[in-house]
Ligand binder design. Structure first.
Ligand code: ATP
Length: 840
């Protein structure tokens, strides 16, 4: 199909929107996997097969055989509710994840109706003309029709990671294509830029053929998910042990009927096996990732979500993260050559359709236009012959322009690198040699401009004969300097201060001039002590020196991506949990080496995005701090949810164990145990995930990720509330038992249902008393609590349900006892938290 599709090509204007739409309908979207939708029925069937549900089903069937049909009815109603909730939860998580995937979907730049537009890569069709630049993933199989210094990394296809050059050869025969001018979907542009016509998309690409083989790889579990599985595996045995022990003792000591005890055992197993633990963490992580996306941070790897709260050091770029990345030329030196400087600036830029994608180059174009230069005409009169794009190692860019009789070589870049390639300078009296004195004068001028926080560019050029072997790298004529203002972002200083308060050390790693770096650093409050190191300083440092430097220095300037990698590694070896930002192709190693790699969504390359764990939609440093806060909230909520969940299980086991040990019947009927489990599950998996941050969360030091999840504090946090809840239930039960045995179970049931709601409220806060975290701040939990209270009221006050729920009416004093013990057994924690001096 390829050749037919390529024929009606207008490489100047690309396809028309209409034609593109027609082709999209014909070929289908440009993606590998046809989107598989999880149907409700499918999730339902999956849920039904869960071991817990099977256990419940077995109990229900035994009930139908031995007991009464109403009990079986209740159990099947519980099963349906549980499955429905899980299906809704599953859908919710699924939607959240689909929404995330949408946000991080790749885009492609194509020519449509004669203009360049960015579209989702999925909408690329055969015949589209795509614009390819370094750092991009190629969206479809295509043939180059224009290429400048173009090289691709085809390791995704061939396994060979050495970049291969590609050029735009005349199309001899369509069948011969795909050799020297062919580029393939999924491979990466490592250098240069070009235009290519799409030949095939989606499953019909080379990658599509390979992808058929490697489908369905699931993302690896995060460390916390693994830890939770481990823990719940261990707890399963505890739960099973007590589910056997309690009925045995009930039978042997309290002399209860065997059948009833088998049912108690089964329902206890159902209620105590901690099957929700892995689900709680997945819910919390998934919802956390979704909340992060609302704060403009898109999570690519779930494990990053749990690491966020533990970050101790953030190594950030300057341009775009701390600054606006909206540049403006504010000075030209020497001003006599202002026009010429701007002309070189425009000619040494990568301009498509009168615009540049690089804000710095765009600023030059704007300034040139402002100075009366007709940029379009200038470009048209000097077509590109060759281009050596900017890269952050060399820090300069050279373009060879073709004129009628000769070649014009133009360069722009960091002053010291440009000067190193110049042998003469432009002066009012023509070209003059560039002596040492002049060089240092120029560098001083550059430093002066930089000290005002401006980015500084130097410009040079030379003319050569057409066809001569030109040496691009030397003997240039230095022309002048430009200063570009890029003001700090409004929120940057506040975000830096917030980092410090939260015990996180921010450092700046920039490719810019040391003076520019220091000036911006001091504007955003980053310059503690004023120490600064440059890439050159780092070059001569040993590993130990570097570690010492990283421990004390806040600003690193004129660095290369390789320096960045070394700094990240040194910081990690000092025990830091490091987040690092990056945008270029060469930043990928540092992003991958960090605990959390953060790529720029706006200016970042696909390469950086793919190496990163998190992508910042608008490049803003403030979003990193928000993300850290979100990470801390979610970790705290996870602890709260697990603490509550396990406290319920411990309380339940002890509340049934103590009576049988002293020869009193089990305090709950099996049906009641099943209903209790339904309530506690709902609270644990859903309501704690919705808990807002506690005040002062960003004033605490970062969590130490080496500490185990189930530490002493956590264990105490489970056992103490559990003891309170079970004491409440036991008091209510036993006191009623000795006075009026027929009401005892109901008294226990009421004390439990209210008590476990009160306990949930208490466990919402880790450090602060409830009135300070806001009683109504978690509406989901209040709604759940209201449901529990309503259920209690119906269960006791409505006689028609008494039989099904094994409840009876309570006297006012029995009510008072049940409510009172539930309250006292849980709210003492609140009193204690209020009077105890606050821990920091
Ligand atoms: P960071 O985002 O980490 O702050 P940076 O963007 O400041 O990094 P680079 O992009 O590596 O750092 O730029 C370093 C220097 O290279 C700049 O100070 C400038 O002199 C020069 N430079 C930047 N962009 C271009 C460009 N498009 N063409 C030529 N020179 C450039």
């Amino acid at each position: 199909m390829g050749s037919e599709a390529v024929r009606p090509l207008d490489s100047a204007g690309g396809l028309s929107t209409q034609e593109a739409r027609r082709r999209l309908a014909q070929t289908g979207p440009n993606r590998l996997r046809p989107g598989r939708r999880e149907s409700i029925l499918r999730i339902f069937l999956e849920e039904i097969r869960e071991p817990m549900i099977l256990l419940l089903l077995a109990t229900g069937i035994l009930y139908s055989v031995w007991g009464e049909l109403t009990d079986a009815g209740t159990i099947f109603a519980v099963i349906l509710t549980l499955v429905a909730v899980e299906v809704v939860n599953g859908q919710r998580a699924g939607h959240a994840i689909a929404a995330l995937a949408k946000l991080s979907e790749p885009t492609a730049t194509v020519l449509r109706d004669g203009r360049t537009v960015a579209i989702p890569a999925e909408e690329v069709v055969p015949g589209d003309v795509v614009v390819l630049v370094a750092g991009q993933r190629i969206p479809a199989d295509a043939r180059l029709i224009e290429a400048h210094g173009f090289a691709v990394d085809e390791s995704t296809l061939t396994g060979e990671s050495v970049p291969v050059e590609r050029s735009a050869l005349p199309e001899s025969s369509p069948d011969d294509a795909g050799r020297r001018n062919g580029v393939f979907a999924g491979t990466m542009v490592t250098r240069g830029h070009g235009l290519a016509v799409v030949v095939s998309t989606g499953e019909r690409t080379e990658l599509g053929r390979i992808a058929q083989l490697t489908r369905g790889v699931k993302p690896p579990r995060t460390p916390l998910q693994l830890a939770m599985r481990e823990l719940s595996r261990y707890l399963v045995f505890v739960a099973l042990g007590s589910s056997v022990l309690v009925p045995l003792l009930g039978f042997a000591i309290a002399g209860e009927p065997l059948k009833e005890m088998v049912l108690v055992g089964l329902s206890l197993a159902f209620a105590t096996i901690p099957e929700e633990m892995p689900i709680i963490i997945t819910m919390v992580l998934g919802l956390g990732a979704f909340r992060l996306s609302k704060r403009r941070a898109i999570v690519r790897r779930l494990r990053a979500v749990e690491t966020l709260g533990a970050i101790t050091l953030i190594a950030t770029d300057k341009t775009g993260t701390l600054t606006e990345n909206e540049m403006r030329v504010v000075g030209l030196s020497p001003s006599d050559f202002g026009r010429r400087i701007l002309e070189i600036g425009v000619l040494a830029s990568d301009i498509v359709a009168g615009r540049s994608r690089d804000p710095l180059e765009e600023a030059l174009v704007q300034a040139a236009t402002g100075a009366g230069i007709d940029v379009g005409a200038l470009i048209a009169a000097n077509p590109v012959r060759d281009e050596f794009p900017f890269d952050d190692e060399r820090k300069l860019m050279t373009v060879v322009r073709e004129r009628e009789h000769d070649l014009r070589i133009v360069t722009k870049g960091a002053p010291e690198t440009v000067l190193a390639r110049c042998s003469s300078r432009r002066s009012v009296r023509g070209e003059r040699p560039l002596d040492a004195e002049r060089r240092s004068a120029v560098l001083q001028e550059a430093a002066r401009m930089a000290a005002e926080g401006h980015r500084v560019l130097a410009f040079a050029e030379k003319v050569a004969e057409t066809g001569s072997a030109v040496d691009l790298g030397s003997e240039l004529v230095f022309t002048g300097l430009a200063a570009l203002a890029d003001p700090p972002r409004a929120g940057a200083a506040a975000a830096i201060a917030a980092c410090r308060r939260a015990g996180i050390r921010p450092i700046m790693i920039t490719g810019d001039h040391p003076e520019t770096a220091m000036a911006i650093a001091s504007q955003v409050g980053l310059d503690d002590g004023g120490r600064m190191l440059t890439g050159r300083d780092l070059d001569v440092m040993s590993g130990d020196d570097l570690r010492a430097a990283v421990a004390g220095v806040t600003v690193f300037a004129r660095t290369t991506p390789a320096d960045k990698l070394r700094i990240v590694e040194a910081a990690r070896s000092l025990g830091n949990v490091v987040a690092v930002t990056g945008d270029g192709v060469n930043d990928a190693p540092a992003l991958a080496a960090a605990d959390i790699g953060i790529a720029m969504g706006e200016t970042g390359t696909d390469v950086a995005r793919e190496a990163a764990d998190i992508v910042l939609a608008d490049d803003d440093f403030t979003a990193i701090v928000h993300a850290v806060e979100e990470g801390r909230v979610l970790f705290a909520n996870l602890r709260k949810g697990v603490r509550y969940y396990l406290a319920c299980k411990v309380a339940l086991v002890s509340a049934v164990l103590v009576p049988v040990l002293i020869g009193v019947p089990v305090p709950f009927a099996p049906v009641q145990i099943i209903l209790m489990e339904l309530f506690m599950d709902l609270a644990a998996s859903a309501t704690f995930a919705a808990e807002p941050p506690e005040p002062g969360l960003m004033r605490l030091p970062p969590r130490d990720p080496r500490l185990p999840f189930m530490d002493r504090e956590m264990l105490a946090g489970i056992l103490v509330p559990a003891a309170g809840l079970s004491a409440a239930v036991l008091t209510s039960y036993l006191a009623t038992w000795y006075s009026d045995p027929s009401s005892a179970r109901t008294a226990a049931f009421v004390a439990w249902l209210l008590g476990h709601f009160f306990m949930a409220l208490n466990l919402r806060a880790e450090r602060e008393p409830l009135h300070r975290v806001g009683i109504v701040a978690n509406r989901l939990m209040l709604a759940w609590g209201a449901a529990a209270v309503a259920f209690v009221a119906v269960a006791v006050l409505v006689p028609s349900v008494h039989h099904a729920l094994r409840t009876v009416s309570l006297s006012p004093s029995q009510w008072a006892l049940a409510v009172g013990t539930a309250f006292a057994g849980t709210f003492w924690m609140e009193v204690w938290r209020s009077i105890r001096p606050a821990r920091s």
